[in-house]
Design a protein around this ligand. Structure first.
Ligand SMILES: Cc1cc2nc3c(=O)[nH]c(=O)nc-3n(C[C@H](O)[C@H](O)[C@H](O)COP(=O)(O)OP(=O)(O)OC[C@H]3O[C@@H](n4cnc5c(N)ncnc54)[C@H](O)[C@@H]3O)c2cc1C
Length: 469
């Protein structure tokens, strides 16, 4: 039997692949339902994701799978987003005229001048950029770095731009899609994946959580889902995982399998190993960090706030980074005649905001939404605050070496594979997380003990495009 640790999209997709291979699997998930980061919750008749999750893929097999699983419940949503920058609303993606009028002729000329200067400088060779700051300044110039990249990146990652890895940003410049929108509007650059800035996307009628639910349903014949069950210890000897200890609602339980696929945070996996890895590795692993998220749902007694799918707020003075109105993604997300806003705070567990009372966080959120003119005198009928661990792997300038050390250590376990976003410590979108789970399962099914234990780690994913901030 294959044992899958973590019931997010990567784990569920692996279970589906095992079904296709006629292999039985056991899926262990800490949450009370499948989905991980891609869950949808409901309160007082309002439905909301953990931050809006738009579904896109360039993989034809996955596209077919989405259609098969969701059928007529798979909606096509047109994307219409804005950026609130310096008190002004910019279209997203930016149009050249819109950008020019927003930034003003002087600043726009300066941005273009700096950009051209950097392009010329590149022709004469230049020093390697280690950090996001150096990479962006060396590619786009200082003004663009300061008006957008610096504040938004620091808001998302919670560390200074000179600590964020340039390797990540150069691979994933699309990941900073606001910056890309700005640069493509000003410089009219044609990027391979530019269509994603303007395109429509898929969204399940009752929220993204519908996707993991249907994946689990499809895999049911071959998988057993153990929800509300936490992996607490992973026992090993002689290069093999021998069994795992679980904390279940009924108490402690031990399970054994032949192969193990982990999609839980790689740091949690290390901590659970018995015997424990060497202390110097654990010491290093503690520097590998994930960014956490607080999602605040503000319920309103009116039928619409805007027609936007997303509003991005890079400004440092505003504590949250992104807002969306689920009704604009699917009308079934809110009760008739009402709407709600979902506000995302990028944060670290344990910091001041994380420890505040829910009511205080809701008051702060409502106050800023009013001050920004996003909501007016609407009656707020309710709120929900959710705290989410391990939302984003943090790619600081040291992460790659640390991750490589961890992978080198884990490579000794001949029946262990890693997959997924938190499992592989990779910035994967949903489709990529699903593919990594499927690929890992296929490898395990084909070879029993796969040699490559992380399906995608440290390798750029072909054609990858950004779905999130
Ligand atoms: C705010 C936000 C917005 C996003 N928007 C988009 C978007 O628009 N489009 C897009 O394509 N992608 C988006 N993503 C990315 C998407 O959510 C992920 O790519 C995908 O959900 C990752 O799936 P996963 O299975 O790899 O990881 P996870 O969903 O993190 O799954 C890991 C699972 O392991 C479980 N687990 C952890 N520890 C244990 C333990 N000890 N025992 C048992 N279980 C455990 C967790 O509960 C979780 O269910 C977004 C992500 C965030 C945070």
């Amino acid at each position: 039997m294959k044992v899958i640790l973590g019931g997010g999209l990567a784990g569920l997709s692996a279970a589906l692949k095992f079904r296709d291979l006629d292999e039985r699997s056991l899926l262990i998930e800490r949450g009370d339902a499948p989905g991980g980061l891609a869950r949808t919750f409901e309160a007082e008749g309002f439905r909301f994701d953990l931050g809006g999750h738009r579904l896109l893929t360039e993989d034809a097999r996955l596209d077919a799978l989405f259609r098969e699983l969701l059928g007529s419940d798979l909606l096509r949503v047109r994307r219409k987003s804005s950026i609130l920058l310096g008190g002004r609303y910019f279209d997203y993606p930016l149009r050249p005229l819109n950008a020019l009028s927003g930034f003003g002729a002087f600043r726009s000329a300066r941005i273009i001048g700096e950009y051209l200067y950097e392009k010329v400088r590149q022709r004469f060779g230049k020093e390697e950029a280690l950090s996001l700051r150096d990479w962006v300044r060396g590619n786009f110039g200082n003004t663009l770095y300061e008006i957008y990249f610096r504040d938004y990146s620091e808001k998302v990652w919670g560390i200074s731009c000179d600590e964020i890895s340039s390797e990540w940003v150069s691979k994933r410049i699309q990941g900073l899609s606001l910056g890309k929108a700005i640069s493509s509007a000003l410089f009219r650059k044609r990027h391979g994946s530019e269509r994603t800035l303007t395109d429509s996307f898929y969204y399940p009628r009752s929220g993204i959580g519908e996707l993991p639910e249907r994946l689990l349903h499809a895999a049911r014949s071959h998988t057993t889902f153990l929800g509300s069950t936490e992996v607490v210890e992973i026992h090993h000897s002689d290069g093999l995982i021998r069994g795992i200890t679980l904390l279940t609602p009924e108490g402690i339980r031990r399970v054994t399998g032949e192969d193990y696929l982990s999609t839980i945070p790689v740091t949690a996996l290390l901590r659970a190993l018995r015997p424990s890895p060497p202390e110097d590795l654990m010491e290093r692993a503690r520097t590998l960090r994930y960014r956490d998220l607080i999602v605040v749902v503000i319920m309103l007694d009116k039928d619409s706030v805007s027609d936007l799918t997303w509003l991005y707020i890079p400004e440092r003075a505003v504590p949250f980074g992104r807002v969306h109105e689920p009704r604009n993604w699917s009308p079934e997300m809110a009760p008739d005649g009402k709407t709600h806003l979902v506000v995302e705070y990028f944060t670290n567990s344990g910091d001041d905001l994380w420890n505040m009372e829910d009511e205080t966080i809701s008051d702060i959120t409502t106050g800023f939404l009013e001050a920004l003119g996003i909501i007016g005198g609407e009656v707020v009928t309710g709120y929900r605050v959710l705290r989410i661990h391990h939302a984003y792997p943090v790619f600081d300038i040291h992460y790659k070496r640390t991750l490589q050390k961890i992978m080198d250590y884990l490579a000794r376990f001949r029946n262990l594979s890693l997959a997924g976003r938190t499992g592989g410590f990779e910035y994967l979108n949903m489709d990529q997380a699903m593919l990594s789970g499927m690929n890992a399962a296929e490898e395990m099914g084909r070879r029993g003990f796969p040699e490559l234990r992380c399906s995608t780690v440290l390798q750029p994913v072909a054609g990858q495009v950004s779905r999130e901030p």
